[in-house]
Design a protein around this ligand. Structure first.
Ligand SMILES: Nc1ncnc2c1ncn2[C@@H]1O[C@H](COP(=O)(O)OP(=O)(O)OP(=O)(O)O)[C@@H](O)[C@H]1O
Ligand SMILES: [Mg+2]
Length: 240
């Protein structure tokens, strides 16, 4: 069995909205292993974005225990959380967030420049090849299709060799066949590099292609399965 890269127990995230408490996450137990593609499914407002933001240390849980890259993140300062994110996680942003005046190569290398690191040309070439963008390296974002822009965003997330790639609805803005090609790319990346991929989607067809399918409802896990796992795991949410 592959190593666990993210593990959460009893995760809760409550928001105060006026006099009302919104239980966006309400007691979630979750394990993400190296090299697996995890899709988080469920109706709008069920807590998908909240869950991946908590798991990727962009948001702090109201309660619960969380281990990221083998380390407990409870009580870490914002600076320490930045270090954990940098060391373990790569983010693919929904709107791609590409800088329009930079080429594909420069956009992909941008996170390294922010860290004051010198990009290694051969490594960038390798990443660009892995997402099928070698022939687009000198193009500007406006010269790309939506699927190509999404692949630039994925390449940029991969440049720092994360253990987990996090993507909130990576196929949400793409047509069916482009979405399928992104899922195929994720599968190849996960099997070739061992990176885990944590994504949210509304598309049950895409989710069915992934290794680990988690369905949320009202902030709780109502189904947690690894379809190819002989001991198919079904984990109803805890009742409190
Ligand atoms: N900052 C916030 N303050 C108050 N409530 C919030 C906040 N962020 C999210 N929520 C609420 O938490 C719940 C879960 O929201 P979340 O964004 O995680 O849902 P989602 O499953 O990602 O939905 P979608 O499929 O529409 O993206 C919703 O009821 C939402 O209104
Ligand atoms: Mg969402």
């Amino acid at each position: 069995m592959n190593a666990t890269v993210i593990e959460g127990h009893g995760l809760k995230r409550y928001y105060q909205r006026g006099s009302e408490v919104v239980r966006a996450l309400d007691g979630v137990d979750i394990e993400i292993r190296a090299g697996e593609i995890v899709s988080v499914l469920g109706p709008s407002g069920c807590g998908k974005t909240t869950l991946i933001n908590v798991l990727s240390c962009l948001d702090k849980p109201t309660a619960g225990a969380l281990m990221v890259g083998g380390k407990s993140v409870a009580g870490l300062s914002e600076e320490e959380l930045v270090e954990v994110r940098r060391g373990v996680l790569g983010f693919v942003f929904q709107q791609f967030s590409l800088l329009p005046t930079l080429t594909v190569r420069e956009n992909v290398e941008l996170p390294l420049l922010f860290l004051g690191l010198r990009p290694d040309r051969a490594w960038t070439d390798e990443i660009l090849a892995s997402v099928g963008l070698t022939d687009r390296a000198t193009h500007l974002p406006r010269e790309l299709s939506g699927g190509q822009m999404q692949r630039v965003a994925i390449a940029r997330a991969l440049i720092s060799s994360p253990r987990v790639l996090v993507a909130d609805e990576p196929t949400g803005n793409l047509d069916k066949s482009t979405g399928e090609s992104i899922i195929a790319l994720f599968k190849r990346l996960a099997s070739e590099t061992g990176v885990a991929i944590l994504l949210t989607t509304h598309n049950t067809v895409f989710a069915a292609e992934t290794d680990h399918i988690i369905t949320l409802q009202d902030g709780r896990i109502v189904s947690d399965i690894r379809p190819s796992d002989p001991q198919r795991r079904h984990q109803p949410s805890q009742t409190i």
